[in-house]
Ligand binder design. Structure first.
Ligand code: NAD
Length: 383
């Protein structure tokens, strides 16, 4: 299974107080990423009074990420809880109901999903399905009156992302993307150092993310309709994110090329993609995504120093260094707990998520331009 290799297996540790950790991490100052804070307003969720006012989340799709990371994290969240599930596999209904004490009335399949509109226990729907299904289920959830978290990558292209954003706006519901690293201390430190120009202006970034695909030929990740693409969609989006959140700037152009060493496996989707992002400020981010190399690294070289996280994008185990010494943070921090608690708070306080649909859209504009550049063999504008 790719996931076993894809990310380091996480040891689940007791939840720590996220805000106090943050405060410590940044010397008492909680920084706000320039990526945060969208403008639109929505009406608050119809918070159920059960479970101490926590908002109810329903996970849609009970595969590796839901069962391995999100459901365990939802046992530690303070602002939300695992209230329901949506699955097409009847065997999972009983297993999950028993394990997580989920009442039958909060269990749906893909046919009955729309009737979730009538369920007051569910405030937020979390879409954890193959990428090609993200748009449909995000829009159906919003139309059912639910706030939505959608996993990364947001959709198969930027046009679909826009449709999802429009549908959530029309339904007056909040939309967030599962960008957990915006809540992970080492990556937050990279945002702080980079955006606040602690070592002066950043000159170059290197961001690489990949794992070696095994022998699974039946995965949806190899199917273009379901995955939208290969390593670039799955792993490359982390490198794009890292380049954007480390600089706090948007890339203007991209030059990309593809390498395929196992064409028998990667018949429909990309295997390894190298892409250089050019920023108008003069920064270049040299990035790579791969289903053929084990790598997880973010490095920035600036005028007066450098910083690096490697591994950077795993669920845990980050190691960070700077030209000024090591980064000292908890690398067992469960960022999914912080991510979901933050979104629940956004819903409760009627304020947009810092990892909104617009964030996902910006990344998919880059992905679209990368695929255009691979096809044309030229530098392409990101539009
Ligand atoms: P998975 O293959 O383990 O699970 C996919 C789930 O979708 C399964 O429960 C499967 O039964 C269900 N499904 C429904 N219709 C399907 C269909 N037509 N074909 C295949 N599966 C179907 O995948 P996963 O690793 O859990 O990934 C799910 C989503 O989560 C993806 O968007 C992925 O990119 C994202 N993800 C995010 C992270 C992260 O760190 N944020 C990590 C892993 C996965």
């Amino acid at each position: 299974m790719p996931l076993k290799n894809q990310y380091m297996k996480q040891q689940h540790t007791p939840r720590r107080k996220f805000l106090s950790d943050l405060s410590l991490a940044f010397g008492g100052t909680v920084i706000l990423s320039s990526f945060g804070r969208c403008q639109s307003k929505t009406s608050p969720a119809s918070t159920s009074s059960a479970n101490g006012g926590k908002l109810g989340i329903a996970l849609v799709g009970l595969g590796g990420y839901s069962s391995g990371q999100l459901a365990p994290a939802l046992q530690e969240t303070q602002n939300c809880y695992l209230a329901g599930i949506v699955t097409g596999t009847p065997g999972k209904e009983k297993e999950w109901a028993e394990k997580y004490n989920i009442p039958q009335k909060n269990i749906y399949n893909y046919k009955t999903f729309d009737s979730i509109a009538d369920n007051k226990d569910i405030d937020i729907v979390y879409v954890v399905l193959p990428v090609g299904m993200h748009k449909e289920y995000t829009i159906r959830a919003a139309n059912a009156g639910k706030h939505v978290i959608c996993e990364k990558p947001m959709a198969v292209n930027a046009a679909d992302c826009q449709e999802m954003i429009d549908a959530c706006k029309k339904a007056n519901r909040l939309l967030s993307i599962g960008y957990r690293l915006h809540f992970e201390p080492f990556n937050m430190e990279a945002m702080r150092i980079g955006q606040q120009k602690v070592y002066g202006k950043i000159l170059t970034i290197n961001a690489d993310n990949g794992f070696t695909w095994g022998n699974d030929m039946s995965s949806w990740r190899l199917n273009k309709a379901l995955a939208g693409g290969g390593g670039l969609m799955d792993m490359g989006v982390y490198a794009i994110q890292a380049a954007r959140y480390t600089t706090g700037e948007e890339p203007a152009h991209v030059t990309a090329r593809e390498e395929k060493l196992r064409p028998d496996v990667f018949k429909e989707v990309d295997e390894t993609v190298y892409f250089d992002l050019d920023f108008d400020s003069g920064i270049t981010a040299k990035c790579m995504s791969s289903y053929n190399k084990n790598v997880s690294r973010l490095r920035a070289d600036a005028e007066r120093g450098w910083f690096e996280i490697a591994p950077a994008f795993y669920y845990s185990g980050q190691v960070g260094n700077t030209s000024n010494g090591p980064m000292n943070f908890d690398n067992n921090f469960v960022e999914q707990v912080a991510q979901m608690d933050d979104f629940a708070l956004c819903v409760q306080q009627n304020k947009p998520s810092k990892v909104s649909g617009e964030e996902g859209l910006k990344d998919m504009r880059v992905v679209d331009a990368i695929y255009r550049s691979i096809a044309s063999g030229k530098k392409e504008k990101i539009v």
